[in-house]
Write a protein that binds this ligand. Sequence first.
Ligand code: DP6
Length: 331
Amino acid sequence: MKASATATARSNIALVKYWGKRDAVLNLPATGSISVTLDRLTTRTTVAFDDALEADEIVLDGAPAVAAGGERVVRFLDLVRQVSGRPVHAVVRSENDFPTGAGLASSASGFAALALACDAALGLGLEPAALSALARRGSGSAARSLFGGFVEMHAGEAADGSDAFAEPLAAATHLPLRILVAITASGSKPVGSTEGMRRTAATSPYYEAWVAATQRDLDAMRSAIRDADIGRVGALAEGNCLRMHAAMLGADPPLLYWHPATLEVMHCVWDLRSQGVPAWFTIDAGPQVKVLCAPGNAAAVRERLAGLPGTREVLEAAPGPGAGLAEGAVA
Ligand code: DP6
């Protein structure tokens, strides 16, 4: 048997963050999350299943995958073999058009593209919710990157995780928005999200408060998005991000993903706001800062960010589409 498919998926930025798991094996989040899928920061993944292979081969950005990245993909393929009942190995080739592992959520676009490519290649015909739950097993945030626009991930309650999937909340065009990504550093982050979440949940005295606050933020964010109110969306996203980082700081050993250049961008955003330019920041498990603003303010915000000494580059993104197949499955 030979079957291959190619899929693309884009990164997403969480407006209400996922940081903590209720089950590490099934990768079930402790809370829901809400994100916006971007129109850039794309992963393109080809999976080619072949009976003749004796092991999986993983090639990330043109090079054989090193330890952790490759193992995660092999574990995901093990799951696909289990779900499909087809014990066949595969070659996976995945390419990002942005730096991997620098807090730009490559695992989100990566596992969303891989899940869709596996579904197509093997003809699994999974419904969107089941496909999202499958992508979640690769990486929690990947469950959201399957869909375009504004997306909500449900924490779910079922022990088997069948109700822990993402679904679209609003189309990409619903709320005109720009996301400016200030790149302040390159290179992989010192502590990955999976370990960072485990450590925060196990040791931070602020973890329970973070979970409780996130439940409230989800309700407020859903309604702010429904009303297409960028001011409420931005303020909630910034507050939720700071609460997540506060919980991380309380961990033992502490987790501090910010660099001096990260703080420089945060202060610049506050400065812009005090001068009447509405902009808000959000930061994931890395030093980069994503700044949200209305399209009409993007040029002004971009210019200010680009002028900061610690900012190397500013990428501009808008809400974008969900994952898609680049080529049909070849049986
Ligand atoms: C800070 O989805 O990378 O970006 O499920 O362990 O792979 P795993 O974690 P991951 O975590 C994302 C964390 C975050 C917030 C978010 O995207 O919601």
